[in-house]
Design a protein around this ligand. Sequence first.
Ligand code: FAD
Length: 373
Amino acid sequence: MRYSVGIIGLGAMGSATAWSLAQQGVSVIGFEQFGLGHQHGSSHGKTRIIRSVYFEGEVYAPLVDAAYRAWTRIEETWGQAFYRKTGGLDISLADDGGVFHDALSAAQAAGRSFDVLEGSQIEDRFPALDLGGRGRAVYAADSGLLDSDDATNWMRDMAARRGAVFHANCPVQSWTRTARGFEIQTSTGSYQVRKLIIAAGAWVGQLLPELAPVLVPERQVVAWYHTEQPGLASLPIFQLETRDRERYYAFPPHRGYGLKLGLYNHRRQRGPEFIEPSGIDDDDRRLLEHGLDLCLPGVDRKPDNIIECRFTNAPDERFVIGKWPEDEDLIILSPCSGHGYKFAPVIGDIAADLALEVEPCVEIGEFAVKRVV
Ligand SMILES: Cc1cc2nc3c(=O)[nH]c(=O)nc-3n(C[C@H](O)[C@H](O)[C@H](O)COP(=O)(O)OP(=O)(O)OC[C@H]3O[C@@H](n4cnc5c(N)ncnc54)[C@H](O)[C@@H]3O)c2cc1C
């Protein structure tokens, strides 16, 4: 059988794309090298942050609006609530307040509602935090967290119910251009598709060698801490920029899981070798403990769980989404740099629009593939 669209990679982006296409009655086949919902890529994990104030830059504002609409639509149309509104803080301890200023400018430019909290006002509002009276923060009430594993599984299930065909534990070994589309080769067979979408996360360079030097995997570490400290459950999600311009991010306890903490970019371990796990060591633990020292000194240092994972970085740290410059039928989805999850249903719709040759539902010119190859 010949399919209209083939998708390589069934993490959040591939799954959302399959769901969007299947809803529109498009025949779609997807391939995943591991089991569905596996722990080796970028998408696994119970939760991901969604922020209404986006300090990464104005270029993301239309995506942010579309993401909120998409998660609301999922809730209202499909009765599935994956979003918990916790509020969100972007705190900076740095003298020049990088993240604070970026968040403030982004909030003003996008017309978001927000509060500015300075020094002890942060702890007055959120007494579980102990910043020693330091820092400046932008607080956005609409930020929160998403039940990401549940949401990704749900999107994939919905796609399968509408006829999407998924091959799990089925690595794509290669693909070739044909006169009428593409042939996808796996160890169990070859498949013909009219359009090809590559949503392969950290492995994208193995399928498209031109992208290997520019979309580089980076090792990350995240931990969960058990805590009965009062007030933690009502913490917002938050980013904490240190004086050295490192950035921690944290989630309040949620659905039986403790406080979640990570250091964005962690040890900056980048390169193809970081696709494979290397094991957690004392330096990993110490880095996260330092984050606790800065804002939650009462939390027990021994994590309930600590894991390593990876995301992909483009040189300008912006997403790479769009058609391949020399082939209109080949679509690349790499919402990299560790903040793409919240946009999954939107990026799925955008990819479906590109495959169906209609104007993308959100402007994506700033994320064009041609800027990196
Ligand atoms: C630690 C961490 C924290 C994050 N926190 C946030 C957050 O709070 N908020 C937020 O919005 N985003 C966050 N992100 C980013 C977000 O999770 C990612 O942007 C998103 O998960 C990327 O999804 P993906 O589908 O592109 O990649 P992946 O989930 O990696 O999926 C790619 C898939 O392709 C498969 N594949 C690769 N090669 C092949 C092949 N040859 N054949 C078949 N299958 C193949 C892989 O096995 C994989 O399943 C975080 C990421 C990390 C790692």
